[in-house]
Structure formats: structure tokens, C-alpha cells
Ligand binder design. Structure first.
Ligand code: CMC
Length: 379
């Protein structure tokens, strides 16, 4: 049987899933069948409701949601030994590396594994969603030489994260916009980090190893790391006048423009459309950002040059501007992405376990056969 090889597995189905759907030509994203605009912009929707929907395939009623929120609140704190471990991390290290180490360390403390027990699955889901924001915020404070602050039970999931990061209670509009942005990043079919989570899950290892491998995959600049690169790029451009010369230079050198292009979307990413609106709302309330005009001009220029190839802004293009206005440091953008994408990873972990078969693809061998061994003195 001849099997066609496609680099990056482009267009090759790796699983069957009912969690989310993308139509890259029409710019449609749905979570469990609900269009992303419909879900994220509902005044009553929250990130935790979205996570529940993704993981348990239903919108929770009032009681179920309240119980879930309560469980998350209860598990937000970190064991002091995890905080002690974090004290040994170099403050110059990247927060994604710190998060990956902390996620893996959870497996040391919660080592029981009962993958066929729904209460174990629930406990792991709750623990991971509850502790990731606390770990990200703790590293941020500890690298500045401060003690981490304790989570506040009276604050929502998103508001509590912003509070733990800045030690100040966030403005309700800022907290709401942050929560919507968590929903927008929560799930996106079989992207690289989700695939990584599924491959790890398929070995029936513990959920903390699943999340740690996904965090490691998300960190790269072609995936979650792009939002950080976008801000660095906007800083480098520096002015609206410099947008076109910068773009020409990058394209001549065949460099990618960060925050543009997508394996699946050939139109503007629907999440980028919403994030741009959120950025504008934030600027209206809290003052303009000088990089926004540069970003808008860059979008125009890229569309003129690369629109015919289907290169448009992806989710990472405007998310950095939103996070910046919320006071989140640039190198925390990807950890914040991880906070929300953990919901999608966990949904895929649970789906994978329900019908598991270990991933073991094949390869097309391009090497030699029957080669002689050459002794070291003759090499
Ligand atoms: N800037 C300039 N040209 C681009 C870009 C870009 N950002 N993206 C794709 N192209 C061109 C590419 O040069 C190629 O052109 P040609 O056919 O003439 O050789 C064509 O478009 C196809 O690109 P590709 O690299 O083969 O596409 P891919 O599906 O392998 O890669 C991608 C998708 C997202 C890795 C890529 O678009 C990219 O590197 N973008 C910049 C990084 C980025 O923003 N990543 C975030 C992705 S979305 C969120 C996430 O996954 O976290």
C-alpha cells in the first residue's frame, strides 16, 4: 500500500471529535456546535461555563455551574512545596518553562491514577483549571522578589487571575474583557498543542503529563508564542510610516509576519475579529495604545501583499494588544493562552480516553540499508 506523506500532516485527519469545528474558508469556529461569536459575546457566558461545555458537552444549569465554580475556588491554592520548588527557578527563565515544570510537578503530588473513574477525571480537570492561573501569577510575583498573593474567593476566575498578577482588584470591564478572551482561546480543534496532548493521553499516562506536554508545544513561536512575537514586532516597527518598509524587508528576507497566516483559516480568524473589537473597547475606556494604529496599518498592508495567499490576522495578532492594555507582561501572553487552552486540552484528554488507541503513525524511511560499521580509527 502506498501512503502519501504530507509535511505537517496537512489535511490528514488525526482523530474524530465533537468538541469544536472550524470552517477556514468561511471563518467559522464553533464550540460544541455553538458559534464562537454567539457564545463569547453572551453577557451571561463565562470562561468556566465554556470550559464545562467543552469538557462535559453540555451547558451547565445554574446549580451545576455554581458547584463547578466552587470546586475550582477550593482547589486554587498551591501546596507550599510547589511554591518552594518555584523559588529555585531562575527569575530570567521564561514563564512557559516555569509553567511546564509546575504542571508536570502536579503529577508528583497527585500521583493516584484512575483513568476509568469519572470522579478522578473531574478532580483532575478541576485541579488543573484551578491551579494553572495561580502558578502563572505566582511565578510572576516571585521573579520580582515578591511573595505570591493568595487567590480571592470573592472574585471570578478571570478577575482573580488579574488580581493575583497585579495585587489589585481589576476594573470590572477589564475583568469581563479578559474573561471573554479566555473563552476565545479555550479550544481550536487539532492544533499542535492539542495533538501533543492527545498523543500523550493515548499512552494512558497521568493528566499532568498530558498538560505539561501540551504547554511545551504551545510555547513555540509558530503556535502560542506568536502573540508575544507580535508585540515585539510592533515595537520594532515603531511607527505607522515604517509599516510598509518593514513589511517589504521581511518579505524580501522570506521571514514570516507574526500573527498572520493559519493552516486552516484562509480568511480573517473569527477570534481576531472579536479581539480587535475588545481591544477597541479597552482603548476607549483606558486610553489608546500607540501600537494599535501600527497594527491596523500592518493588517492593511499584509492583506494587499498576501491576501491572495489567504494570509490574514490570526488569533494572536490582536490578543497581545488586549493583554498589554490589561497590564499583562509580554512574556506572560503565552502562559495566559495556556490558562484558557487547558480547557480544550482537557476536553480532548477526556474524549481520547473514552475511545483510546495509542497513537503510532508510520514513516517513510529515507535512509540507507545494510550499511557497514566503520571502526572509529578509520572514520
Ligand atoms: N507571513 C508571511 N507569509 C506567510 C505567513 C506569514 N505569517 N504565513 C504563511 N505565509 C506564506 C508562506 O510563506 C507560504 O508561501 P509560499 O506558498 O509562497 O511558500 C504560504 O503562505 C503557506 O505557508 P506555510 O508556512 O506553508 O503554512 P503553514 O500552514 O505550514 O503554517 C503558520 C501556518 C501559522 C505556522 C504560518 O502561517 C506562520 O508561521 N505564521 C506566523 C506565526 C503565527 O502567527 N503563528 C500563530 C498561529 S495561529 C494560533 C496558534 O496556533 O497558536
Amino acid at each position: 500500500m502506498t501512503v502519501e506523506y504530507r509535511a505537517g500532516l496537512e489535511g490528514i485527519p488525526a482523530t474524530q471529535s465533537s468538541i469544536s469545528f472550524v470552517d477556514g474558508q468561511k471563518g467559522i469556529l464553533e464550540y460544541r456546535g455553538i458559534p464562537i461569536q454567539e457564545l463569547a459575546m453572551q453577557p451571561g457566558n463565562t470562561f468556566l461555563e465554556t470550559a464545562y461545555l467543552l469538557i462535559w458537552n453540555e451547558l451547565p444549569n445554574r446549580e451545576a455551574l455554581a458547584e463547578f465554580e466552587h470546586e475550582i475556588q477550593f482547589h486554587r491554592r498551591l501546596k507550599y512545596r510547589i511554591r518552594d520548588m518555584m523559588k529555585c527557578f531562575p527569575e530570567s527563565g521564561h514563564p512557559m518553562d516555569a509553567l511546564q515544570a509546575c504542571a508536570a510537578a502536579l503529577g508528583l503530588f497527585y500521583s493516584k491514577r484512575a483513568l476509568d473513574d469519572p470522579s478522578y477525571i473531574r478532580e483532575a480537570v478541576v485541579r488543573i483549571l484551578a491551579k494553572i492561573p495561580t502558578m502563572v501569577a505566582a511565578f510572576q510575583l516571585m521573579r520580582k522578589g515578591n511573595d505570591p498573593v493568595q487567590p480571592r474567593d470573592d472574585l471570578s476566575y478571570g478577575a482573580n487571575f488579574l488580581y493575583m498578577l497585579s495585587e489589585e482588584e481589576p476594573d470590572p470591564i477589564a475583568a469581563r474583557i479578559f474573561d471573554i478572551s479566555l473563552t476565545l482561546h479555550a479550544e481550536h480543534t487539532i492544533n499542535a498543542s492539542t495533538f501533543s496532548a492527545m498523543v500523550t493521553a493515548s499512552t494512558l499516562t497521568d493528566p499532568y503529563a498530558v498538560i505539561a506536554s501540551a504547554v511545551g508545544t504551545l510555547a513555540g513561536p509558530l503556535h502560542g508564542g506568536a502573540s508575544e512575537e507580535v508585540i515585539n514586532m510592533l515595537e520594532e516597527i515603531g511607527s505607522v510610516e515604517n509599516v510598509r518598509p518593514f513589511l517589504e524587508d521581511r518579505l524580501t528576507r522570506k521571514d514570516k509576519i507574526m500573527g498572520f497566516g493559519h493552516r486552516v483559516y484562509k480568511v480573517k480568524d473569527p477570534r481576531a475579529i472579536i479581539l480587535q473589537q475588545l481591544a477597541e473597547q479597552l482603548f476607549e475606556k483606558f486610553g489608546q495604545d500607540k501600537y494599535y494604529d501600527i497594527a491596523v496599518e500592518l493588517e492593511k498592508a499584509v492583506e494587499e501583499k498576501l491576501g491572495h495567499k489567504g494570509i490574514y490576522p490570526n488569533v494572536d495578532f490582536y490578543s497581545g494588544l488586549v493583554y498589554r492594555k490589561l497590564g499583562i507582561p509580554t512574556d506572560l501572553f503565552t502562559p495566559v493562552f495556556a490558562i484558557s487552552r487547558a480547557a480544550g486540552w482537557l476536553a480532548h484528554w477526556k474524549e481520547q480516553l473514552a475511545e483510546n488507541r495509542i497513537f503510532r503513525p508510520t514513516q517513510i524511511y529515507t535512509g540507507l540499508h545494510n550499511s557497514p560499521y566503520i571502526p572509529i580509527e578509520k572514520r
